[in-house]
Design a protein. Structure first.
Lengths: 111, 113
């Protein structure tokens, strides 16, 4: 079945450093979504990417969707302590409306 | 914005009993809702897709007789964990879609003693 892996599993950074998490799917995706989950909280939708090679920015966050629509990345510039949490990608196999979540990357930002 | 609620937010039950979890879309109609389970420090695992007025579609490995899903209206889906056991202790999260955006409920933490 479809598998979605993320690397790294954990990342500790000093406040102000950049951070990147990578998402790789075993199958081609129709679109991909990114979520942030704070400790003890529920996933919060960040963004959806649909087009091959698409790049979207939200303030310090940059999201990319690979040309083959099988991988994606999330880059945070100059991390802040408020960025702490687990970042999940979730990919939809074409036409299923089912999103399979990636394994997640837990980010810790040291002040 | 769209909001999804879950009730209860946490529940403790004894082994062998059944627990019902409700998921409601508060300001939009959701023809499709999804149920996920999340074990501590793990990712969300899709359990089933719930469609209003029809039987739920379960993912491979999820026992449909143990996890009963009912989607009786466009704003309510319920998940009943029957004959719960300690290994069913988990964080259960529902999700509903408006078509483009997915909204998650706050989750229900189930502890089976």
């Amino acid at each position: 079945g479809q598998q979605v892996m993320q690397i790294p599993q954990y990342q500790h950074v000093q406040e102000g450093e950049d951070f990147t998490t990578y998402c790789n799917s075993s199958t081609t995706l129709s679109n991909i979504q990114w979520y942030k989950q704070r400790p003890g909280g529920h996933p919060v939708f960040l963004i959806q990417l649909v087009k091959s090679g698409e790049v979207k920015k939200q303030k310090r966050l940059t999201f990319q969707f690979g040309e083959a629509k099988k991988n994606s990345s999330l880059h945070i510039t100059a991390t802040q302590t408020t960025d702490v949490g687990t970042y999940f990608c979730a990919g939809e196999a074409s036409g299923t409306y089912k999103y399979i979540f990636g394994t997640g990357t837990r980010l810790k930002v040291l002040a | 914005g769209a909001v999804v609620s879950q009730h209860p937010s946490w529940v403790i039950c004894k082994s062998g009993t059944s627990v019902k979890i409700e998921c409601r879309s508060l300001d939009f109609q959701a023809t499709t809702m999804f149920w996920y389970r999340q074990f501590p420090k793990q990712s969300l695992m899709l359990m089933a897709t719930s469609n209003e007025g029809s039987k739920a579609t379960y993912e491979q490995g999820v026992e449909k007789d143990k996890f009963l899903i009912n989607h009786a209206s466009l704003t309510l889906s319920t998940l009943t964990v029957t004959s719960a056991h300690p290994e069913d202790s988990s964080f259960y999260i529902c999700s509903a879609t408006t078509g483009e955006t997915r909204y998650f409920g706050p989750g229900t933490r189930l502890t089976v003693t």
